[in-house]
Design a binder for this molecule. Structure first.
Ligand code: SF4
Length: 391
């Protein structure tokens, strides 16, 4: 049986960061009681949704993302236990919770470990308080250090840190310092994301001149590649580095075509070659669950049968050519690349790709055997991917 996972979306944040377009609701102004009510209602809905699915897969990963899952506080541990039982996740499963240093306390961390959470993903972003303020983050570097030592003391042996590069006001010295500060802690996993400002966010209205030039962003990425490799981290995916054996098993599912069920408002699923996402906003999601209906976005409620899913609703099967191109692109995100012989045995090769591959190899963007991004290709990955989408 292929590997599979479950993703749970927790759509709450204390406040919205000005560059982020993830689906979440700011609840910082709500009273404690109002938040408790919101959380209880949402958790019950997610449990109901989990019971509406009859799937013939055995997940080996469970991932709580958001939003800010750690905001659920004492509610989170029992929710993890319930889902572990519902999906028969055994002791060897990878169970990850994303946490924001400003919203997770020592008791919560102990409760998460006791509930079977094996991996903590902390949204640090920078070790400089001035940059954290620019980003609209609520934590400081010292808040983070407290959370870090609480997490280690609670028993977390697998911690991932997220950082952002390409920030306004961040030069290569500040970036190097952030990397050094983080490397001194020796986290098991590090994710680095280039700042992307989405159209529907407050930062989209800012003058573009305040953002660094592409060449400077590329230099920050190259510096990270060099430093992390020198310190023993394996660069296994475009944006992800890990100590040996500490790659994110859940995220590997996304890049290797594994199936996953997304639970919660706006959560995405990929099942049986079909991609669906749940309703948003949260009120619409809750209303559908209250009627015992899977909360599928209407755009995907097309008439093709979902066969083995037990079919209460419809879904869209991606056309074969789109699935094949997507499988190749996702595989190329992995630094180890794609073995074309194995890929071809499963998918066949689009005859038009050969010419594209030759052009990309000549441009020093791709290397062969296995087919993979070169160091230059890692910097220009989107241009490489477009070649396979357009052709
Ligand atoms: S970046 Fe994270 S904490 Fe900030 S609004 Fe987006 S999901 Fe919430």
């Amino acid at each position: 049986m292929n590997k599979a996972g479950v993703y749970v979306h927790i759509p709450f944040c204390l406040q919205r960061c000005p560059y982020c377009s993830f689906q979440s609701q700011a609840i910082g102004s709500l009273s404690k009681d109002a938040r408790e009510e919101l959380f209880s209602e949402y958790i019950e809905a997610v449990k109901k949704e989990a019971n509406l699915w009859q799937l013939d897969f055995a997940p080996s990963t469970l991932y709580f993302g958001g939003g800010t899952p750690s905001l659920l506080g004492a509610h989170l541990g029992p929710m993890v236990r319930w889902l572990r039982e519902r999906f028969a996740l055994d002791g060897g499963s990878e169970i990850t919770v994303e946490a924001n240093p400003a919203t997770v306390g020592r008791d919560d961390l102990v409760s998460l470990v006791q509930s079977g959470v094996t991996r903590l993903s902390l949204g640090l972003q920078s070790s400089h308080d001035s940059l954290l303020t620019t980003l609209g983050r609520l934590h400081t570097w010292s808040d983070f250090l407290r959370t870090w030592s609480d997490a280690r003391e609670a028993g977390f042996e697998n911690i991932s840190l997220d950082l952002i590069y390409g920030l306004p006001g961040q030069d290569s010295c500040l970036w190097r310092q952030t990397l050094e500060d983080v490397l001194a802690l020796r986290p098991e996993h590090i994710s680095l994301y280039a700042l992307t400002v989405e159209e529907d966010t407050p930062w989209a209205a800012l003058a573009q001149d305040i953002f660094p030039l592409q060449d400077d962003v590329a230099s920050e990425y190259e510096l990270a590649c060099q430093l992390l490799s020198e310190r023993g981290y394996e660069h296994y995916e475009l944006s992800n580095w890990a100590l040996p054996g500490k790659e994110s098993q859940h995220n590997l599912l996304y890049w290797t075509g594994g199936e996953y069920l997304g639970l919660g408002a706006a959560a995405h699923s990929y099942l049986g070659g079909s991609r669906v996402w749940n309703s948003w906003p949260r009120e619409r999601y809750l209303a559908q669950i209250a009627r015992e209906r899977r909360p599928l976005n209407w755009r995907w409620a097309l008439p093709q049968a979902w066969g083995s899913w037990g079919g209460l609703a419809g879904g869209e099967k991606l056309p074969f050519a789109a699935r094949r191109a997507e499988a190749l692109i996702l595989g190329l995100r992995l630094v180890g690349g794609v073995d074309l012989e194995t890929f071809s045995a499963k998918w066949g090769l689009d005859p038009k790709w050969q010419e594209q591959i030759e052009i990309l190899v000549q441009s020093d963007l791709l290397a062969t055997e296995p087919l993979r991004l070169t160091p230059r290709g890692l910097l220009l990955a989107n241009q490489v991917f477009l070649r396979f989408l357009e052709n």
